[in-house]
Design a protein around this ligand. Structure first.
Ligand code: NAD
Length: 475
């Protein structure tokens, strides 16, 4: 296969060595991408810097570019083309992949709105005697070149959550997509550059390994900000490698959900079954830990087991498939080992735990799990959900909070006082009442505490992160 070029300064770039990309589901080669190096990063950053300095784009033009992307992605044929790319490279079931494209449209629309509304504020200088007679304005100005590093699990929409706000903020971007899933990102860049009027240097894509290409981007003095989504280990490593840069981190999680006896138990079980297994649990807000009240635990577990057992496992391109392969065999085997460890520690497999004939790990429900097992403590990033029982809701709050992560938590209850208390006690970036922690709308502030990160994404919030306040004083 010939290389699918990346884009640097508007040009299509190939390299002397190639990286073949394989579909996680069946191992077939789906394409080949360039293997960039530090030299390509150098060219890309120089192009981005030159674009911002020599050809700044006014807000109305940036907003038009962003709206144009949303328009194109809303076209059914185009949306389907992108959904198939996602499904193939990430093994994301096609129905879920279509939802990701739809969300991406929304991310661009909200970024266009944030771009049009981007404004600073007047500073009331005459509120102090020293400022009397002076005019003060705090303007929002672009932070500079943004280096974006993205994970494999939402290869289109998480790229969009970085590119679109950066463009809205007036920042040129160098993007390093996940090595496993480069095609959604490259196609999105082509859309922006070739069909939506974004000038060349404003968006550059470099493919290659995180350790070489990602690190070169992190190290580059002319990159003002790194926006990173991925694992805590890599994210915090970047934070320490670039102490003088702005580094925004969206990291992992082991999301808890509490189910109270007054909730609609069947509805909660149905939602949790989907939220724990969607994209084979490879979402940072996938449900991992369930704390169900003892009075309803039996009925809940039966309902959850039935829902999970009914999920259709298979080829991501099959319309019926709800759960497909993990991103690679190494991760599948890691998750299996964690399940085996839990079982060795006394856990019970309620459903799943095995691998089907195509090598796909079936969605798994575990009960009676030791709280220190890795399936509880760490981020599984696989189709595994652990169910625990509590008597008092405070016990459930304490267990939910007992984690190094802090992205989203949730509670199912119809007791208003308990719901309200949950929003106060659960120490997470987001608390969802009467839905799963997996619920997200693209315009909301989204991000975590502790090992889950240090920022909030969502176009308006990201634009704020990607701009600085410049104080202007007229004497
Ligand atoms: P990862 O950390 O392995 O990789 C993420 C990106 O970092 C990739 O592009 C990779 O090539 C790059 N990278 C790797 N080493 C690097 C280095 N030394 N320097 C610079 N870049 C480097 O993560 P992944 O496996 O692709 O994604 C899964 C993780 O992402 C999970 O932990 C998940 O929870 C997290 N995630 C978080 C959010 C969120 O919004 N909080 C969303 C999605 C995924």
């Amino acid at each position: 296969m010939s290389q699918h070029p990346v884009r640097i300064d508007g040009e299509a770039v190939t390299t002397s060595t190639s990286a073949p990309i394989h579909a996680p589901y069946d191992g077939q080669e789906i394409g080949v991408v360039p293997v960039c190096d530090a030299g390509h990063v150098e060219r890309a950053v120089a192009a981005a810097r030159a674009a911002m300095r020599q050809a700044p784009l006014p807000a109305w033009r940036r907003a038009e570019v962003l709206d144009a992307v949303a328009e194109l992605l809303a076209d059914p044929a185009r949306a389907e083309e992108f959904a198939r790319v996602i499904a193939r490279e990430a093994a994301k079931p096609i129905v879920t992949a279509r939802a990701e494209v739809q969300r991406c449209t929304s991310t661009f629309r909200f970024s266009a709105a944030a771009c049009r509304g981007l404004a600073g504020h007047e500073v009331p200088l005459d509120a102090s005697a020293a400022g009397e007679g002076r005019l003060g304005v705090a303007r929002r100005v672009p932070i500079g070149v943004v280096g974006a590093i993205t994970p494999f699990n939402f290869p289109l929409n998480l790229v969009a959550h970085k590119l679109a706000p950066a463009i809205a903020a007036g920042c040129a971007v160098v993007l390093k997509p996940a090595s496993q899933t480069p095609f959604s990102a490259i196609r999105l860049a082509e859309l922006l550059l070739d069909e939506c009027g974004l000038p060349g240097g404003w968006l550059n894509v470099v493919t290659g390994s995180g350790r070489e290409v990602g690190a070169a981007l992190v190290d580059h003095d002319d990159v003002a900000m790194i926006t990173f989504t991925g694992s805590p280990e890599v994210g915090w490593g970047i934070r320490s490698a670039a102490p003088r840069k702005k580094v925004s981190l969206e990291l992992g999680n082991n999301a808890p959900v509490i189910v109270q006896p007054d909730a609609d138990i069947a509805a909660a079980a149905a939602k949790i079954a989907v939220a724990a297994t969607s994209h084979a649990g490879q979402s940072c807000i996938s449900v991992q830990r369930v704390y169900v009240h003892r009075d309803v635990a039996g009925g809940f577990l039966d309902a959850l087991a039935a829902e999970v057992a009914d999920l259709v496992v298979g080829d991501p391109l099959d319309e019926a498939t709800q759960v497909s392969a993990l991103i690679d065999e190494g991760n599948r085997d890691r998750v299996r080992t964690w399940i085996e460890e839990a079982v060795a520690g006394g856990a019970r497999i309620v459903v799943g735990g095995d691998v089907d004939t195509a090598g796909v790990l079936r969605p798994t429900v575990l009960a009676d799990v030791d709280a220190d097992a890795r399936v509880c403590r760490e981020e599984v990033f696989g189709p595994v959900v652990v169910v625990d029982v509590h008597d008092e809701v405070d016990e459930a709050f304490a267990r939910a909070n007992d984690t190094r992560y802090g992205l989203h938590a949730a509670i199912f209850t119809n007791d208003l006082a308990v719901a309200r208390r949950a929003t106060e006690v659960l120490d997470f970036g987001g608390v969802i009442v009467n839905d799963t922690p997996t619920w997200r709308a693209d315009q909301m502030p989204y991000g975590g505490l502790r090992d889950s990160g240090n920022t909030r994404e969502g176009p308006a919030y990201t634009v704020e992160e990607m701009t600085e306040l410049r104080t202007i004083v007229f004497a």
